[in-house]
Design a binder for this molecule. Sequence first.
Ligand code: ADP
Length: 666
Amino acid sequence: MKNLGRAIRQALRQRFTIIGIILSSLVVAFFWGANIGAVYPFVEVVVQNKSMHDWARERVAESEKASAVAKQKIHELEQQQDGTENAQSLNNKKNEIDALRLRIEAEQKVIATTKSLQPYIERYLPNDAFQTLVLIASFLVVGTIIKNLFLVANMLLVQRFSEMTTLELRNQVFAHTMKMGLGVFNKNRTGDLMSRFTGDIAAIGSTIAFLFGRALREPLKAAVCLLGALWVSWQLMLFSFMVAPLALILTYVLAKSIKRANRRSMEESSQFFRRLLQSFSGIAAVKANTMEKYECNRFRRTTREIYRKSMKIMFYHSLTKFSDEVLGMVVVSISILAGGYLVLNQETHLFGLAMTTRPMNLASLLMFYGFLIGASDPLRKLSGFVNTAQSGAAAADRIYPLLDRKPAIIEKENPIPAKNLAQPIVFDGVNFHYDKKEPVLRDINLKILCGETLAIVGPNGCGKTTLVNLIPRFYDPVDGEVRLGRSPFYDLCIQDLRRRIGIVTQQTILFDDTVLNNIRYGSPRATDEEVFAAAKKAYAHDFIMQKLEHGYDTNVGESGGRLSGGQKQRLSLARIILRDPQIMILDEATSQIDPESEQLIHKVLEKFIKDRTTFIITHRLSTLSLADRILVMNEGQIIDVGSHEELASRCELYQKLYQVSFKESA
Ligand code: ADP
């Protein structure tokens, strides 16, 4: 609930909207009660073929008569006192006289209020039963129109309130995830993130819409009716609501179960997203290993779980409906029995308890019932309250911890601007691990001179990518330091640093946008001419102009799906050339592409990396020839550093790698 509270506080910043919501809810509630109140004049006046004028006169006369009778009775009782009675009977008599006095007081009150109303009734209301009926009907129609106009306004305001909250929350969570380290975006977690963005935030939105819509409006409507019922007879009302505490306890118990069931169901649906994403993105592997059946079975198990969880939620949900309705009916039955008894017998007491001071008439009782029904309908509409609030609470419990998570990479306060990266890069005793149990980099000591090209080779999983990922500070070393000249990377401004580093990875990242905008990504201020020049340098201009339908304005499709591997690589090289970085990182950039593209890319790199500090992770001999030095890694450690010839003659691991992969690609 704490996290849902944060969502609500965030929503409440829209002050004017919430004021509008409260005001419109109040108007709706008032007219709801007022329409029910119209039962009274209908039963008391119109049905008995009276006008309001007659009603007022008769009411005064009746009360005066009742008052006189009571006075007479008091007089008689006082006369009867002859001193021979016992204490018990004296006490009884005293109580009776007290009750009669109260009755007289009540009758006097009725006389006074009716008399004060009389001049207005006579001046403004018709002196005819049918015309009074017309007036009541008109009031009902106009009241309903006003009520519904405000209801429309209320619903629109509530929708705006919740939409603005989800919009803001989505933007906020997105901005926050953009700040998070790469670890958050592992394949497994992307599905989970996506389900948080869609399902969870939407659930918070609907909970807020419910809390400030129905959950505000309906109780107000109920409150107006309950006030009305209290006004008719508060004692009868309390008596009818004897079972309310039981209802509260039941609701509380069910609420807890619903929250638990909701949380499990959300976990299940994020698992569902994860499975989907894994199966779709790994579809090639699924097919190659003929695992379709296995995947289908696994997926079936997940959907089955979702089904079971949904059924469980529905079960609790229907239980709340069941208990609400049964208990509601118990309340109504108690009040029908009690009220009926009082009116039929013209009694004021029930089991010795005073329910009213003067006997109720049928109109008051019907109005009382009207108010009870008027209160029960809104309360019935709230039966989904617990369920909705709990699902919102569970969703908020998944969203806010995400917002609270500190990014793994934090920029120091007052970082040093890193405007010039043309300095040596030093790894000094660097150790790193993702998981404490598995060291990934061990005691790395290395100095790369400014403008030098360093190739990194080693078996898969030995830590090459991790090593180069420390340079743009995608991760920080666990131990030791990476320095630019004399400044630790930790002290540098991250944005400055990343802006001046160009990274080409195996997976080229293109966005669903035009070729022009894809090249310009990261250098928003570059002119079209600069983009063309960069594309020319990357040998991309020709294929863009000749092979793509709309040239630079061609949309590359999602993830550049319409381009070949080599073309994508050249576009991403053009993007980097345009940014003109001082440090280049190429991570197996030339794998899986056609020989023509490979040759072209080789030519681009040859020129482009000349004056830049460059790290190349590769298995290809042709690319290795670009390097000034080659670093051999194994199991997170540096085994050797040297030229191709040196390593080929002295490093056993290099010889092995050379035999296995370099030759293949050479
Ligand atoms: P290489 O580039 O040499 O193939 P990597 O640097 O990618 O090696 O990986 C080194 C080790 O770290 C591997 O065992 C890999 O499974 C692990 N690893 C890589 N990235 C992550 C990550 N984000 N979270 C946890 N472990 C990782």
